[in-house]
Write a protein that binds this ligand. Sequence first.
Ligand code: ISE
Length: 342
Amino acid sequence: MAKTTKVGIIGIGFIGSDHLNRLTKTIANVDVTAVCDIVPGKAQKVLDEQGLEAKDYADYHELINDPEVEVVVCTASNEAHYEIVMAALKAGKFCFCEKPLALDAKQCMDVVEEEQKHGRRMLQVGFMRHYAPEYVQLKHIIDSGQIGAPLMADCRHYNQTQPEEYDSTRSIIETAIHEIDVMHWLLNDDYKNIKVYLPKQTRHVQNKNIRDPQIVVMETKSGINISVEVFVRCQYGYDIKCDVVGEEGVAELPTVPQVALRKDAKYSTEILTDWKARFESAYDIEFRDFIAHVSEDKSPVGPSAWDGYIAAVTADAALKSIEEGGKTQDLDIPESPKFYQE
Ligand code: ISE
């Protein structure tokens, strides 16, 4: 019989409650033993809504130190990732941390160093697009040479449902970070520089701390140009695009298919509005893979702390570009250490 893996989840917000549901209803052989949220009563409310029972800790240290918790899932707010992940690693527990791994490259490097003390990988970062079947197919097409050498890529990352307090920093470290991560994986090429353009501001912003939309432009070491339109106050839905243009053809990421409707002299299809629904299967596959490894006391093999680190180096440079009025920032991404090459 397969062994049951005992998981503790820290942070029961949007994605935390989604992963709680996933780990208890969709992924086999997982027991969510404990949960924790900084807001009193929040985790218990979600447990009740989902018809679940688990220990509800007010302090995440207690959850991490609970001998019954074998694996820590960190879905807390971005600011809390660093301390939680460091505490989980220090306690010698496998850890899954939602993206971004931490707030900046310096914090991510501390995590990389802490993990290496264990002599093997202990952590996986939630860059779930690596598991999305359509991104995997896109990568196979690029790797097989069908479109020839990639020359440029055109990406869109539009959100409709971000909270009012969302700011420009989050647009980079929480939204654009997906393209920052996935594009160098797709293209097998590191970044040489990054620059952020700020087009005309939408009237739909709710606070003064956000510039929206933004266009993030990256160049890889071999000269591939990637542009990413980030628009978190999009009014029509959640829309992800990734077209890769090669010397011999173009590979396009599909839009998630929806039933077409012929009605009232119109032929229409819906566009999803919720990012969790758009990437639902990617999240499922991601957790199945993570649990399959850690349940057998094997290191996770998905996106690593090093991937989190290089995404953070690139995101830091994007924030600097915004600060400096769109100035191009050169990047010097170091070679991946041997530890992360296996
Ligand atoms: C959210 O945290 C995600 O990961 C979504 O994929 C992204 O579209 C959204 O902008 C983020 O806030």
